[in-house]
Design a protein around this ligand. Structure first.
Ligand SMILES: [Zn+2]
Length: 231
């Protein structure tokens, strides 16, 4: 159990450090004002137009770093800052979220797979740790048998969350690549602004990478508890 707390603590520390860095990068590049004077909302709308996507709306959503694309009602949701501001951070986020809309419009495979996993993961992820833990306790109390299989079932549930976090990686990297390619091709940003947008998106991607590695490490840890204890 001690090892588990150390692992969880280490993952939490790294993800805190990366998200702190991400916030400071976004803050920094929000001081790089766009020469063309376009707001995040205008950039998002133009990128949709350039891709011939007419059934997706750009809307403003409250909060910070709350930006997302909603495939259900086909909306690009931009946080108030991104929606209204005219800087390299806003351009990066707006174009990234439209990148997801383009993926959706073009039936990008990884996005489809990710969407299919959402209902499964939303059920399994909240209880999987408890199922594994319960199985281990049951196994310790009653010997291997039922407890072992309960723990294995918990591991299977847990592995869906890990799979989900890894499928998220190509989806996120691809959305950023689409965003950056478009910003460059259409000369939406200057070279210096582009460098800022690229760096901001790189740090955003790292938060997903840390989450995926953390999820895998947790799965491996519990896997060792379940299968290691059998010998
Ligand atoms: Zn994204």
């Amino acid at each position: 159990m001690m090892g588990y707390y150390i692992l969880i603590g280490a993952i939490a520390l790294v993800s805190w450090l990366v998200s702190r860095k991400l916030k400071s990068k976004f803050k920094h590049y929000s001081n790089v004002h766009l020469q063309n004077g376009m707001s995040g909302a205008e950039i998002a709308q133009k990128m949709l137009d350039d891709h011939g996507i007419r059934d997706v709306k750009v809307v403003s959503t409250p909060g910070m770093l709350t930006d997302h694309y909603n495939p259900k009602n086909k909306t690009v949701n931009l946080s108030e800052g991104v929606y209204n501001q005219r800087n390299a951070s806003a351009a990066a986020v707006a174009a990234h979220e439209v990148g997801h809309a383009v993926q959706h419009a073009q039936a990008y495979e990884w996005l489809g797979m990710r969407s299919k996993l959402v209902p499964i993961v939303s059920v399994t992820s909240s209880m999987s740790t408890w199922v594994v833990f319960g199985g281990l306790i049951l196994g310790a109390a009653a010997g291997f048998g039922l407890g072992y299989w309960v723990a294995v079932a918990g591991l299977v549930m847990m592995s869906f969350a890990t799979l989900f976090s890894f499928i998220t990686l190509p989806v996120e990297y691809d959305a950023s690549n689409r965003a950056l390619a478009w910003l460059k091709d259409k000369n939406i940003v200057t070279q210096a602004e582009y460098a800022g947008s690229e760096d901001a998106l790189k740090w955003a991607a790292r938060t997903y990478l840390v989450a995926a590695i953390g999820s895998l490490a947790t799965l491996v840890y519990w896997g060792l508890q379940v299968f290691g204890g059998r010998d």
